[in-house]
Design a protein around this ligand. Sequence first.
Ligand code: MG
Length: 444
Amino acid sequence: MSKLFGTSGIRGLFGSEVTLELATKVGLSIGHAGSKRVVVARDTRPSGIALEYALAAGAIAAGAEVISAGVVPTPTLGHATRKFDCIGAMITASHNPPEYNGIKIFEKGTEACVRRERDVERHVLSGMDRLKWNEMGSQVSYDSAVHDHIESVLRRIDRAKIEKKRPKVLVDAGNGAASTISPFALRMAGCQVIGVNCEPSGSFARGLEPNAENLKEFSKLVRACGADMGVAHDGDGDRAVVLDEKGQMLGLDVQLALMCEHELEWKNGTIVTTVEASLAVRQAIERHGGKVAIVPVGSRRVSERIARTKGAVFGGEPCGEYVYPKAGLLADGILAGLKFANLFCEKGKLSSLRSTVKSYPIMRGKYRCKKKEATMRKVAMDMSRLKGRVNTADGIRIDFENSWVLVRPSGTEPVIRLTCEAHEQKECKELYSKVESIIKRACG
Ligand code: MG
């Protein structure tokens, strides 16, 4: 188990877990790696600028050329590492509260592999290098990062259809990194765009996770403005959550199912999703002639599987992170927003489209828990009494005749997550509360 890296890189409280010293050490480590070029970028968290400079200082001291992209979404940074054929570091804690921050490493257009993270970790834990005055690197700005990312995603949609219909789209970037690109990308694609919370100011008007509670106000605005749809992002713009013209969230599973169908229409093949994906998603893929590949949670796992699966056309997680392999092997919330605008222009009202997806009652929850590993051991023991097919690829998933349940420790937060789905509401509730009480007991 990695000491520093979770499922989404390094993440923790700024100042105690994620410090300037740590950022500098990571910079020193990746500055030594590969091409000796490092792209750095950050989301809009107030602690981001100091961490970015600290990391850049480390990389420069290691002799690297630092390419600074400034405040941009994670997928924009990812694309930049492909353009410059190098390593990159994104300073972000995605959807976590503003007091958190973190570092996510990319390499040549995709999230860095575990081996690279281990190398960095070893280097960080073994201490600082002695620096030589005459071997310093340099720094340049990369001002066209946003422009380049927009150009690349516009190639992946049917602009003629969007330009013809000119849909009215509201975008809520939560004042996060997507503020710098999502409204512009949609406008350039031909949408009429109204930006909400699109100031990359570092003061957050809503929680950075695009969930129902945080999007209450946005939902009202979508309805009040008579928009065709709404798109909301998390803090670093690798996720997109979509609302219909009534201001209702499509639902994470429904929107994933719709996107799977959409991508299969473009080209048939395999779709990669995770152990958290619902029956609706799996059935949608199979109904449209696609094959399903299931991986553990995390966009890196999705991307890795896509890379080694011939004929993989799309990968998506229920949280709203979608990977479009033709655009790049990374989760891209900006392209996802454009794709939904595209979908609307092709198929019409999203509220009607939602009803075409057969979905079952699904319940999700999270429980605060500091000692995740010990708790999971207790949970596993208690859950073994439930009679079903057990899968431990990621957490514990048990499949029954008409239902399934998944308990897994979050890779980014001190919480245990519970997901449960069943054909009937009653069955879903019963299974949920049974497993919920197991978790609560184990958490003490
Ligand atoms: Mg994110």
